[in-house]
Write a protein that binds this ligand. Structure first.
Ligand SMILES: *[C@@H]1O[C@H](CO)[C@@H](O)[C@H](O)[C@H]1NC(C)=O
Ligand SMILES: *[C@@H]1O[C@H](CO)[C@@H](O)[C@H](O)[C@H]1NC(C)=O
Ligand SMILES: *[C@@H]1O[C@H](CO)[C@@H](O)[C@H](O)[C@H]1NC(C)=O
Ligand SMILES: *[C@@H]1O[C@H](CO)[C@@H](O)[C@H](O)[C@H]1NC(C)=O
Ligand SMILES: *[C@@H]1O[C@H](CO)[C@@H](O)[C@H](O)[C@H]1NC(C)=O
Ligand SMILES: [Fe+2]
Length: 438
């Protein structure tokens, strides 16, 4: 008998995406969002604040989220969505249904209780805070890459800090699970269960890494639900005074999956950066922050792309980001933490010798890929170039707060040292954009 069809095996409830007027695709006078439906078609609405809830079942069920303002009558409201069938490409061709429900018209900064599922079975009750849409809001982020199922050393600390309300958003900068497709995608299931204690409470924003590449990134593209219409490969969104761009560095390495992706992404990036640099946009969201998996620079002792002067990513993206005045570039892939002095073309451009991050003359790069995975941490080359400012091989993650239009704060947490902050900087910019470099 196929008993599984009777039991709704179930996991999830992840707030995998916040959708808020992607700059490049919105009519500037209308705040708009996209809703992702079961066949990846997009529908256009005018709602200012929404959240996508994603989960997985192994049998076909309805997709519902019941929710209410925290403290109100529980499950007062119901939202319905759709499920897509995802058939893994492994031997067993495992089938699962990925459910997506978009909650729209949320009250900014209000707390909600919710559960997800259907009349065949419900999740636990979770809560989230709808993102604040005030441009003066100072969002707090946790950033990291390279978090796996085995040896996920920073996970417990991140779970607890998320539940303590320390973060508004998580940015996972590629490399999940190690690897989601393994054991006929059961490793992917396990990873999604593992992050539920984070991702059910705050939006969990992602970009793809090399560990997602098997079967053309199909586990990544199916399991996550980022804004835009690229199956989560690249997108941008806004929060507080920041415009945040997520991109795939993997288009430079897996040309067999389509060289056109490289050009498509590049053209999209250019358009998105142009739009974000329109004076009226940059005035309210002056910070442009990018996240991508493989760094342009690093001083690890492996043979990775970033250790080479002529890496693949650098010619592809460095000039573009410099020319459009990107302020901060977040990377992972190296299982270490490294902070760089402002850098462009392999040269350091400090704001001043005493205050390198006050009005820096080039973008600032942070590499944070030491959350913990089965590959352990990497080692550093003993003789880094002069752009290397601080390095650590401790397991850990980064905290970032976009405080206001002039100030961003970053700090590095060492999990090895029980949560000690081992590095911190203030980035101060009175001017943003290309002209700020001179
Ligand atoms: C924030 O959202 C509220 C409620 O949807 C809306 O009235 C307000 O205009 C929005 N504010 C901004 C800055 O978009
Ligand atoms: C946005 O936040 C600022 C600073 O906290 C506050 O002064 C202002 O009233 C807020 N605006 C709205 C529409 O809530
Ligand atoms: C890989 O996936 C991308 C994104 O869906 C698609 O555009 C591309 O055609 C696929 N490549 C191959 C070889 O299937
Ligand atoms: C940049 O600033 C740091 C910190 O003051 C300093 O150690 C480094 O030498 C400076 N680099 C250059 C090229 O000025
Ligand atoms: C931004 O925040 C910093 C640090 O809290 C503060 O010193 C500065 O005055 C603020 N700037 C503006 C424009 O609000
Ligand atoms: Fe990686």
């Amino acid at each position: 008998c196929d008993c599984h069809d009777k039991t709704v095996l179930f996991f999830g409830c992840h707030l995998l995406a916040f959708i808020n007027a992607p700059v490049s695709e919105s009519n500037s006078s209308v705040r708009s969002i996209y809703i992702i439906s079961n066949d990846w078609e997009l529908f256009f609405t005018g709602e200012p604040c929404s959240m996508v809830v994603t989960w997985t079942t192994f049998s076909k069920t309805e997709s519902k989220v019941e929710y209410s303002l925290l403290g109100g009558r529980l499950f007062e409201m119901t939202a319905k969505g759709d499920a897509t069938l995802f058939v893994d490409s492994g031997k067993e061709k495992r089938r699962m249904y990925i459910h997506r429900v978009t909650l729209t018209g949320l009250k900014p900064a209000a707390a909600y209780a919710y559960h997800c599922g259907s009349d065949d079975g419900w999740s636990d009750v979770f809560s989230f805070t709808a993102l604040n849409n005030n441009t003066s809001f100072s969002p707090r982020f946790a950033l990291y890459g390279d978090l796996g199922n085995e040896n996920p050393q920073s996970l417990a600390r991140l779970q607890k800090e998320t539940q303590l309300g320390m973060y508004d958003v998580i940015l996972h900068i590629g490399d999940f699970a190690y690897d989601m497709h393994e054991d006929n995608a059961r490793i992917g299931d396990e990873f999604m269960r593992q992050i539920q204690s984070i991702a059910a409470y705050v939006p969990y924003m992602t970009c793809p890494g090399n560990h997602e590449s098997t079967y053309n990134f199909s586990n990544y593209r199916n399991r996550f639900s980022m804004p835009g219409q690229t199956e989560s490969l690249w997108y941008s969104w806004n929060l507080g005074s920041a415009h945040i761009i997520s991109l795939s560095t993997e288009v430079y390495f897996y040309l067999e999956f389509g060289q056109e992706l490289l050009f498509k992404q590049y053209n999209w990036l250019k358009k998105d950066l142009e739009e974000a640099n329109k004076p009226e946009n940059r005035a309210v969201r002056p910070w442009i922050i990018t996240m991508g998996h493989r760094p342009m620079y690093c001083s690890d002792d492996d043979q990775d792309d970033c250790t080479k002067f002529d890496s693949y990513v650098t010619p592809g993206l460095e000039d573009l980001f410099y020319n459009y005045g990107v302020d901060l570039e977040l990377w992972a892939h190296e299982h270490t933490y490294e902070r760089l002095w402002p850098v462009y073309g392999d040269m350091v451009y400090n704001g001043s010798k005493e205050q390198p991050y006050v009005n820096p003359k080039a973008p600032i790069h942070i590499i944070t890929g030491s959350a913990g995975c089965r590959e352990k941490t990497d080692r550093f080359n003993p003789n880094p170039k002069e752009w290397s400012a601080f390095r650590s091989t401790d397991y850990g993650y980064t905290r970032m707060q976009v405080v206001n239009t002039t100030h961003v704060y970053l700090e590095q947490v060492s999990d090895d040292q029980y949560g000690k902050v081992i590095d911190s900087i203030w980035v101060v910019k009175e001017k943003h954009g290309f002209s700020a470099w001179f």
